[in-house]
Design a protein around this ligand. Structure first.
Ligand code: PEP
Ligand code: MN
Length: 343
């Protein structure tokens, strides 16, 4: 439940709420901002307990968190959570674009990608080091070697990077290298991994499993937040359906549905939803039209030679078309500056 204090609640009133939570052996998470004092009591909603808190002096309202997720609940932070990754603001007024190949294959591939992205105003690179492939005989990623490549590219270009932790075993290595740790769709309900992510100091990009309901998705995010990590970015990446014209079906309706239910930023991955590069740009536009907070897109210097997900990778010209079509603000600024330079 979420306890909202009155504007004129005194420190003693707040102390009373804290004391009551302590008496009940409930942990209390402070979500207050400059305007409102909000104290979240994680756990299952109990109407009797809610009434007891509602009767305390200085309490304005107790919000029932009927679905069982309170830390992720919109009412915990109605203004929306903002996550700053090296100056990229997730959950702010403008969308953030992340791009790069499915998997890190070589230093040259990542360096070429980073240079191309910089010219498009994109400053977060993606690239899998540990890959959760469907077949054990497919390319599994370069592992730690890929992390070293990503670190080197960051040192040389200033580009932040996101990469996936496929299990608890590689989490430490990924966490110590990456700016954002990704938890992939297949791991959305790997509770040990979610708990480990919750103890991380890195922001977590949590992808929705392709058959997860909104409740299951929010509960997965709640697992991360319940361990103390407030920096969770949600990502819709397509769900399984009967269609055979796309790899998955992008659930655009999830974006407004999530916005009503949670304060966390919401990204969309049009690449895995599409599975076909010709569908990526329209899906990306649909996501932003539905007010997503940004995109994570697969792009590769030679898409057809990608070690994985070749069919959905954009080349850098296509990525530029996408940046133009969505009028990506950092790209528009970069393009305007370039146009000013005399030939
Ligand atoms: C990925 O982003 O590299 C990936 C494997 O995506 P997903 O977990 O959504 O399938
Ligand atoms: Mn991929």
């Amino acid at each position: 439940m979420i306890v909202q204090m009155n504007h004129n609640a005194s420190p003693a009133d707040v102390a009373m709420v804290r004391k009551k939570a302590e008496e009940m052996s409930m942990s209390l998470v402070d979500f207050s901002d400059e305007i409102t004092l909000r104290l979240v009591l994680p756990g299952k909603h109990d109407p009797y307990l809610a009434r007891e808190f509602a009767e305390l002096r200085g309490v304005n309202d107790v919000v029932a968190t009927a679905h069982g997720h309170c830390l992720t609940h919109r009412a915990a932070n109605p203004a929306g959570t903002i996550i700053d990754v090296r100056g990229n603001i997730f959950g702010g007024d403008l969308p953030v674009v992340i791009a790069g190949p499915c998997a890190v294959e070589s230093y040259d591939q990542m360096m070429q990608t980073a240079v191309a992205l910089s010219e498009l105003g994109i400053s977060i690179l993606r690239g899998g080091a540990f890959k959760p492939r469907t077949s054990p005989y497919d390319f599994q990623g370069l592992g730690e070697e890929a992390l070293r490549i990503l670190e080197r590219v960051r040192a040389e270009t200033g580009m932040a990077f996101i990469t996936e932790a496929t299990g608890v075993g590689c989490f430490d290595a990924v966490e110590s290298a990456a700016d954002i740790v990704q938890i992939g769709a297949r791991n959305m309900q790997n509770v040990e991994l979610l708990k480990r992510a919750g103890r991380s100091h890195r922001p977590i990009l949590l992808k929705r499993h392709f058959s997860a309901t909104i409740d299951e998705f929010l509960h997965a995010a709640e697992y991360v937040m319940a361990e103390g990590n407030r920096n969770v970015i949600l990502c819709e990446r397509g769900i399984r359906s009967f269609v055979d014209h796309a790899r998955f079906t992008l659930d655009v309706a999830l974006i407004p549905a999530l916005q009503a239910r949670t304060h966390l930023p919401i990204l969309v991955d049009p690449s895995h939803a599409a599975g076909d590069r010709r569908l990526v740009i329209p899906l990306a536009r649909a996501a932003l039209a539905a007010d997503a907070d940004g995109l994570i897109v697969e792009a590769h210097p030679c898409p057809n030679e990608s070690a994985c997900d070749a069919r959905q990778a954009l080349n850098f010209d296509d990525l530029e078309v996408l940046m133009r079509e969505i009028e990506y603000p950092p790209f528009m600024t970069t393009a305007a500056l370039a146009a000013e330079v005399p030939a």
